[in-house]
Design a protein around this ligand. Structure first.
Ligand SMILES: Cc1ncc(COP(=O)(O)O)c(C=O)c1O
Length: 345
């Protein structure tokens, strides 16, 4: 099977498994796991923040960010289609007690600045205080889009003017940095706090790291504990993370090139609608032209031909390249796309 459903399906390479096996361990809730400490120091250094905290998942990092930045009843400004709004089972409201002020995003995943500023609430007796501005980079919802640095800088300036912190769900911030050809810290210097995933393109089996000011991370650590996310010999997870940061971030361009090749190939097959020049990272979101049959049948047909994809918003399908999908697989997948589409011609 060529699995293009998501980069979350990546498996740890043998060298990563070996690195995990050799990890020095201790009880992290006493701060005594040297491997966790090293991962957190490395993550803080990479993002240019004072401190960092390992959590089991991107979802937990996002919830902890809400809990630590906000109080119940506070409002978070969020972009329409941001991951946390749709795929975290309502946890921001259910667990952190925050409400969302949802704004449309521009095609480059940025906010309209006037609208952003107007959406910041006054200190009115009746209104929920605006406590956080949320960003997501890359923006998964519209196909792994990278927000231009100038736009992020402007968002940050609006936030600073109103003394509101900016958080980045940087689950794939290494893909963003690869696309922009900059260090991750060049992106994250514009936000107060950021979480990135060790899984996905970096191929660790689990883990996410939340980074920010030291006092924020201290409180985040308490909130992680509240959620039952404190872990003991978590060096097993952290070792995979260290290996990922030191090795797997270097190969992301390969995934981006494969995504571009996939999109270019699909653009040649009648029935698929894709703008290959819009591909920035490892996501390809593909439309089907109006005359084609049911998308579910197409997805089933692809599965029978050895290619896994997922349905995506607005009647589209989504393909994601990652560690474990090689250039030869792209050619093979294109063959399957072509064969299956012909059945419907
Ligand atoms: C943008 C984004 N943020 C957060 C998450 C959540 O990460 P996890 O699956 O580790 O909880 C995902 C997962 O796909 C994601 O795409």
């Amino acid at each position: 099977m060529i699995d293009l459903r998501s980069d979350t399906v990546t498996l740890p390479p043998p060298e990563m498994r070996e690195f995990i096996y050799r990890a020095e361990l201790g009880d992290d809730l006493y701060g005594e796991d040297p491997t966790v400490n090293r991962l957190q120091e490395l993550s803080a250094e990479i993002t240019g923040k004072e401190a960092a905290l390992l959590t089991p998942s991107g979802t937990m990092s996002n919830i902890i960010a809400d809990m630590t930045h906000c109080r119940p009843g506070d409002e978070v400004i969020i972009g329409d289609g941001h991951h946390t709004m749709i795929y975290e089972v309502g946890a921001p409201a259910a667990i952190a007690g925050v409400t969302f002020r949802i704004l449309p995003l521009n095609s480059d995943a940025s906010y309209d600045l006037d609208r952003l500023e107007q959406s910041i609430r006054s200190a009115d007796l009746f209104e929920p205080p605006t406590a956080l501005i949320w960003t997501e980079n890359t923006f998964a919802g519209e196909g792994g889009i990278v927000m231009p640095l100038e736009e992020l800088e402007k968002i940050s300036a609006v936030a600073r003017k109103h003394s509101i912190p900016v958080f980045m769900d940087g689950a794939r911030v290494f893909n963003a940095a690869t696309y922009l050809n900059v260090e991750v810290s060049e992106i994250t210097k514009h936000v107060d706090t950021v979480a990135f995933c060790l899984t996905k393109g970096l191929a660790a089996p689990l883990g996410s790291v939340l980074c920010g000011p030291a006092d924020f991370i201290l409180e985040a650590r308490r909130n992680r504990q509240k959620l039952g996310g404190g872990m003991r010999q978590a060096g097993l997870i952290a070792a995979a993370g260290i290996y990922a940061l030191e090795n797997m971030t270097l190969r992301l361009q390969e995934d981006h090139d494969n995504a571009r090749a996939l999109a270019e190939g699909l653009a040649e097959i009648p029935g698929f609608v894709v703008d290959s020049s819009a591909i920035q990272t490892n996501f390809v979101v593909v439309g089907l032209d109006a005359e084609r049959p049911c998308r579910d049948e197409l997805i089933e047909g692809l599965k029978d031909d050895g290619v896994l994809v997922v349905p995506w918003r607005k009647g589209r399908i989504r393909l994601v390249t990652h560690y474990g999908v090689e250039r030869g697989d792209i050619d093979e997948a294109l063959g399957a796309f072509s064969r299956v589409m012909k059945q419907y011609a």
